[in-house]
Design a protein around this ligand. Structure first.
Ligand code: GUN
Length: 303
């Protein structure tokens, strides 16, 4: 297997999320071309509720990549005051539209809307986010016919393609969110040659969290606390995946803020064997998996 990495002077290697995402895009673009020969263009609809600045950026990036790969995409923006019933109604219409292969409702949603109800209303065959209870259940069961959520799917692919041995590895996941922590734990614990790890899922109620972290061969930080993981919490030679995207004050910058991850990157670099850069690690992989899921949805709908 080719290790995709950048040498960092005998210290930890960078896990090249951008380059690995491009490998996946190349395969996705081939599949788009195959569908095009049959007169089919995968179509992905984004639904954004309100004007959350981060959601605007994320959906914009996803839409740009869709276009680059030859997918058709559109973003439906509804106002912050939209009711849950109105949003569900919109999703039911998209479910019925045979030209739409994938539906993505960007989280977070306003407080008056229950995310569980919204995600349960997306037709499972169009649920390219992998958030519908049927797809969540299939992930738990190890049933490959479902859709795997994009960020944990991307982290898994990053680890595999970087040559990280997962079978028998001690994996510690920080954060029990539905988007990353829970699903990545479910993926890595499966009895499968691409997984088979021993997974510890830590969260805000965990006692002795640093001691758990120090046992990890693979540490996945996804709790959304800026620069939480410091060098003393990491076993020498560990592989570290930083999923965090946290906006923190930065009086020196033009905007007065900047984005940082969940790990102290500079401090960890001399200690780890591999680490994701942030940005440029997990983020591009999330988008790559979304594109792949959407093309698969189109293939399945037109088989
Ligand atoms: N918000 C943060 N990550 C995600 C994601 O993977 N999907 C959706 N729909 N919203 C998100």
């Amino acid at each position: 297997m080719t290790l995709l990495h950048t040498e960092t002077g005998g210290r930890g290697q960078l896990i090249e999320g951008k380059a690995i995402a491009e490998q996946i895009h190349a395969n996705t673009a081939d599949r788009v071309a195959t569908l095009a020969r049959r007169g089919i263009q995968p179509r992905l609809v984004f639904v954004r509720v309100g004007e959350d600045p981060a959601s605007r950026v994320y959906v914009g990036m996803k839409e740009k990549t869709s276009k680059r790969l030859g997918l058709a995409s559109e973003t439906i923006v509804v106002s912050e005051s939209t009711t849950e019933a109105e949003l569900v109604d919109l999703i039911l219409k998209l479910n019925e539209d045979s030209n739409v292969h994938g539906i993505l409702v960007q989280a977070p949603l306003p407080k008056h809307i229950r995310e569980t109800c919204v995600y349960a209303s997306v037709k499972p065959a169009k649920d390219v986010d992998g958030f519908h209870p049927i797809n969540v259940g299939k992930l738990m069961l190890g049933d490959p016919t479902g859709f795997v959520p994009c960020t944990p799917g991307g982290i898994h692919e990053l680890l595999i393609r970087s040559g990280v041995r997962l079978s028998g590895a001690e994996v510690v996941v920080l954060g029990r969110g539905n988007i990353v922590g829970k699903p990545i734990s479910a993926i890595l614990v499966q009895k499968d040659k691409r997984a088979n790890a021993t997974v510890t899922l830590c969260h805000s109620g965990t006692r002795g969290l640093a001691a758990h972290c120090r046992r990890a061969d693979v540490l996945i930080a996804a709790m959304g606390v800026p620069r939480f993981v410091t060098a003393d919490m990491v076993k020498p030679g560990a592989v570290v995946v930083d999923v965090g995207v946290n906006r923190v004050p930065d009086p020196g910058s033009k905007t007065g803020t900047k984005l940082v991850g969940d790990v102290e990157f500079e401090e960890l670099l001399p200690v780890v064997s591999m680490i994701t850069p942030n940005p440029g690690g997990v983020g591009p992989m999330t988008i790559a998996m979304l594109m792949q899921n959407t093309v698969r949805a189109a293939e399945m709908a037109t088989a």
